[in-house]
Design a protein around this ligand. Structure first.
Ligand SMILES: [Zn+2]
Length: 418
């Protein structure tokens, strides 16, 4: 799925490595996360006790119109004081880049205009103070390392250490801005709750949320479902506020509710795992670190060369850092989403069947994408399937259908190749 947070995609090789080396079994993962297995009675208990679920139900009962009104009420469509910090930081990013370019360019022009004797004098002074310069560099690098390590947090679900530089409130403010934008953009295509497609999504989302209510990050949010009638859009996303958006395009691709659950669980996992927080934090850190080389490029190269070097460095940063990091987060959301699906008693095998189907429908180049290729997703999910099925059994779910949907998809894939 192309999430709205794609603009914040980043790479973190360490995380990529960790992910591929640590495909935890469902039980291991659940032990880490403190998630306890649901029994039928437990589910009933949480249905009546958890406030956020009842709010979800209220939204579903009161209609999408009410839901949208509630969104406006909650998130102040008009500018408020709280909206200032995110906007300030959003503006600060391009401004700091422009400042670095101007600084480098001005330095180059100043240096060129400097008489040769003054240049010599300056170089000599720098050589004399090289130890001071070296110490300053080491101090600055230590500061960056300290800043990074002091903002590492352990994820309660995966146990993975991640860099989070912004408060939850700040991320929620950003999400509210995004929510307002998305609501304005799609409001004419919202489906009413009486629509069969809406009922379908609401039913699956409710079962998914109820079955996983023991996860604190899930309890903390008021989940709201919005179905957007845009058949050409194969997309779904969930905002950190708990607002689930799903487009009829992707709904039509989900041939059954099991596949729909897989999609919803994947998107909800992004929120539970605070992926948006992590991506924005890493993005700002990379932006900060890039300022010095950027100023250097503009200080030593002429305008045309500097522009080309800047473009190249941005491209390589994207391909070598941002995209792999984004793919690692997608893989993590697939992994945790599979567990949520298992606990909701849907057919987990449909996860792999879905991506096998997508690999026939949509071919893409993985290394240039924010997402793993459909084939990679299918293979990774297949490797996680035995533990997902065990988890599902532990939750006392009804037996899986005898016919494995992956076999049916394999036959279709074969036909497509032939
Ligand atoms: Zn995703």
């Amino acid at each position: 799925m192309k999430d709205t947070v794609n603009m914040f995609r980043l790479i973190n090789k360490k995380i990529v490595g960790n992910y591929h080396n640590s495909v935890l079994s469902m039980r291991q993962m659940l032990n880490i996360s403190g998630i306890k297995l649901n029994s039928a009675s437990r589910i009933n208990k949480y249905v009546t006790q958890v406030g956020s679920l009842s709010i979800t139900n209220a939204v579903l009962q009161n209609g999408l119109k009410v839901s949208f009104e509630a969104q406006k009420k909650l998130f102040h469509v008009t500018a408020s004081r709280q909206a200032l910090p995110p906007l300030f930081i959003i503006i600060l990013r391009p401004l700091s880049k422009i400042a670095a370019i101007l600084f480098g360019r001005t330095f180059r022009k100043w240096w060129r205009a400097l008489p040769p004797d003054k240049k010599q004098d300056l170089i000599l002074r720098l050589k004399r103070n090289k130890m001071v310069l070296l110490a300053s560099g080491i101090l600055a690098s230590t500061g960056v390392v300290w800043y990074y390590s002091s903002h590492l947090e352990e994820d309660p679900i995966t146990g993975r250490k991640k860099f989070i530089a912004f408060s939850n409130e700040y991320i929620l403010q950003l999400a509210k801005v995004e929510l307002t934008m998305q609501s304005e953009l799609h409001k004419d295509h919202f489906l009413p709750i009486t629509h069969p497609a809406y009922k379908r999504v609401a039913k699956v989302a409710n079962q998914l949320l109820k079955s996983n209510m023991e996860i604190p990050e899930l309890q903390q949010r008021n989940w709201v479902v919005t179905v957007v009638d845009e058949p050409s859009v194969n997309n779904a996303f969930v905002l950190p506020t708990g607002h689930i958006f799903i487009f009829t395009g992707i709904l039509n691709v989900c041939t059954n509710d099991d596949q729909l659950c897989v999609i919803l669980a994947h998107e909800i996992s992004h929120v539970l795992l605070s992926h948006m927080d992590e991506q924005i934090s890493s993005l700002h850190l990379v932006d900060l670190l890039i300022l010095i080389p950027l100023a250097f490029i503009w200080a030593v190269l002429p305008d045309a060369g500097a522009l080309m070097a800047q473009g190249l460095s941005e491209y390589f940063t994207k391909v070598l850092f941002h995209l792999p990091f984004s793919r690692a987060l997608e893989a993590e959301a697939d992994q945790v989403g599979l567990q949520l699906t298992a606990k909701a008693c849907y057919d987990v095998r449909e996860a792999s069947a879905f991506w096998a189907k997508m690999s026939v429908l949509d071919k893409e180049c993985e290394w240039l994408s924010t997402h793993p290729s459909n084939e990679t997703r299918q293979l990774v999910l297949d490797s996680l399937m035995p533990s997902a099925i065990r988890l599902r059994d532990d939750c006392k779910c009804p037996q899986l259908p005898l016919v494995d949907p992956r076999m049916l998809t394999a036959v279709k894939q074969k036909k497509a190749v032939i």
